[in-house]
Design a protein around this ligand. Sequence first.
Ligand SMILES: [Zn+2]
Ligand SMILES: [Zn+2]
Length: 293
Amino acid sequence: MKFKFWGTRGSIATPGENTVKYGGNTTCLEVITNDDEIIILDAGTGIHALAPDILQYMPIKAHILITHTHWDHIQGLPFFTPIYIPGNSIDIYGGKDIVTGEGIKRALNVQHQYSFFPIPVGHLKAKVAYHDVNEGIKFTVAGATITPIILSHPVINFGYRVDYNGKSLFFTGDYEQQCNIYEPEEPEYAEFQQIIDASIEALVDVIQGVDALIVDSSFTEEEYLLKKGWGHGSYDAAIELAQKAKVKHLFLTHHEPTRTDADLDKIYEDLLSNNPDLEFELHIAQEKKEIIL
Ligand SMILES: [Zn+2]
Ligand SMILES: [Zn+2]
């Protein structure tokens, strides 16, 4: 199994001279099995650059797994040219929105509404199908087994484990480890903490031993203290999760929009020197970089 980052940036695309190395496109990850079909995790602006790369393999059969519907994870989909080409087959997977009770189809159709985009969904020429994803219910795409698990973020958000031919990866989408809303001296604190601990254990169980763990690591610890509850994780939290789950490689992604290449290089050096005994390989996710597992 191989995978390639097409978008590593969080929240908003950040093209420019300061993001050449790690990339400015928002979240998108291509997973390649030996099957003729392709798996894409999230459809941020990175999916626009991915499209020409796969047009040589027409007709395209793509499975797009959406972690959640915040703009930076879906905004590239109307610009994913294979959806306009007859003969292609695009399957899109995602959770049901808690507020509307509707599936991923509604969220994506909204992007094609007259007010937001010139081409209505009726003009999509590929065969597009939508699928609901449910917590813990595995399914198979492109020969790979997908395990979805709901992760803490301010909207329904699925992390996906992908298993293929003895290799595995897990992608969080956006994720902030849940915080205890009570103070330790309050009577509700202990019970709430038990719920949090159980959810972390459930996550660790799912990602246990994966070859590649790809985690939302938007913030430094100092930044995180000011942005608790915004739905994103810190570098240290990602490292702690990777240690617990005994993964082989950890990729830090969803780079904060103001973060420059030089910032990320410095953060990487600091993380290595602060954590000299890591039992996994640490990486900063880099756009256009392909990893073979
Ligand atoms: Zn995001
Ligand atoms: Zn989000």
